[in-house]
Design a protein. Structure first.
Length: 269
C-alpha cells in the first residue's frame, strides 16, 4: 500500500472587519502565488479583507466552514485534489468564487457553463479588478445563489446533456438542465434558447451564439451560422445542398454546406 506523507498548511486569522469589506479567503498551494495574489488584492482591491489562507483541499474545506467567507479565490489544480473537491466539501455553504487556473480545458468548460469567474495564470491585474467588481455587485444586490453546487455536479458528470447551465438574462439568470434545451438561435448580440417542453417559453440570453458553440460539446452541434441544435432532438433529415433538419417539435432548421459533413458523420458513427 502506498502511503502519502502530507505536511498541511492550515493558517488563518480572524480580522476585525469593517462592514463594507468583503470577507475573503485564498486557497492556493503555491506560496509565491498566494503572496502575489495577496499583494495584488492589497494594492488594487481595497473592498476585500483577507481572513483566511489554505494550501490544500482538506484544510480549505475546514477553514471555509469555520470562517464562512463571502468570497474565495480558489486554485483549480492542487496536490491531492482540486477545486471541485473543495466545492463538494462545501455544498452547504454559499460564497462567491473566483477560480485561478493555468490550462485545463475541461475545467474551463465547467466554469463557463456555471457562469463562474476565473482568472488565467499568470493573473492579470485588470482581469482581477473586473472579477472582484462583478462579485461585489452580486453581494451588494444580494444576487447570490449556490453556483458552487452546480459547478461540482457538472464536473462530476461527464455527459453534457446531464449537466446544468447558467443562462444570463436581462432580468438575472436561469439555471437549466442541458438536456431540456432543444436549440440555440443567434439573435444579434443575444441568443434565443428554445426548450424541448413546448409549454416552456424561449429565453433571450445575454451571450453570443459563438459563446455556446465554444462552450458546449456533444450532443450539441452547430449546423448553421445561426443555429446550434440538440442532436438528441433530431426527428429526421431531408437531403439538399446543405439539407434540412426536422426537430422533435417540427421546427425546420437549415443545415449550411459548411457544417453538413460534420453533422452527417455523427449520425453515421
Amino acid at each position: 500500500m502506498i502511503r502519502y506523507s502530507v505536511i498541511p498548511l492550515f493558517r488563518y486569522s480572524v480580522i476585525q472587519l469593517h462592514m463594507e469589506k468583503i470577507r475573503t479567503a485564498i486557497v492556493e498551494d503555491e506560496f509565491s502565488a498566494r503572496e502575489a495574489l495577496k499583494n495584488y488584492i492589497s494594492k488594487y482591491c481595497p473592498q476585500l479583507e483577507i481572513v483566511a489562507e489554505a494550501s490544500n483541499c482538506t484544510d480549505a474545506i475546514r477553514v471555509l466552514h469555520v470562517l464562512k467567507p463571502q468570497l474565495v479565490f480558489l486554485d483549480v489544480e492542487m496536490p491531492f485534489g482540486n477545486a471541485f473537491d473543495v466545492l463538494e466539501g462545501c455544498r452547504d455553504l454559499y460564497f462567491e468564487t473566483i477560480f485561478a487556473t493555468a490550462f485545463s480545458e475541461y475545467s474551463l468548460r465547467a466554469l463557463n457553463q456555471s457562469a463562474a469567474y476565473y482568472l488565467l495564470k499568470p493573473i492579470s491585474i485588470e482581469e482581477l479588478i473586473q472579477a472582484v467588481n462583478k462579485v461585489q455587485q452580486h453581494i451588494i444586490h444580494n444576487e447570490i445563489f449556490n453556483r458552487n453546487r452546480i459547478l461540482a455536479e457538472n464536473f462530476r458528470e461527464p455527459r453534457t446533456e446531464r449537466q446544468r447551465v447558467v443562462l444570463p438574462t436581462l432580468a438575472g439568470f436561469e439555471v437549466e438542465q442541458l438536456d431540456d434545451i432543444l436549440r440555440f438561435q443567434g439573435n444579434g448580440n443575444f441568443t434565443d434558447v428554445y426548450f424541448r417542453r413546448k409549454a416552456k417559453p424561449k429565453k433571450m440570453v445575454c451571450r453570443l451564439l459563438k459563446y455556446f458553440d465554444e462552450l458546449l460539446s456533444y450532443p450539441f452541434l452547430r449546423v448553421h451560422k445561426s443555429h446550434i441544435i440538440n442532436l438528441n432532438a433530431v426527428k429526421s433529415y431531408l437531403k439538399g445542398s446543405g439539407g434540412l433538419i426536422i426537430l422533435e417539435d417540427e421546427t425546420e432548421i437549415e443545415v449550411s454546406t459548411f457544417y453538413k459533413e460534420n453533422f452527417l458523420s455523427l449520425f453515421k458513427n
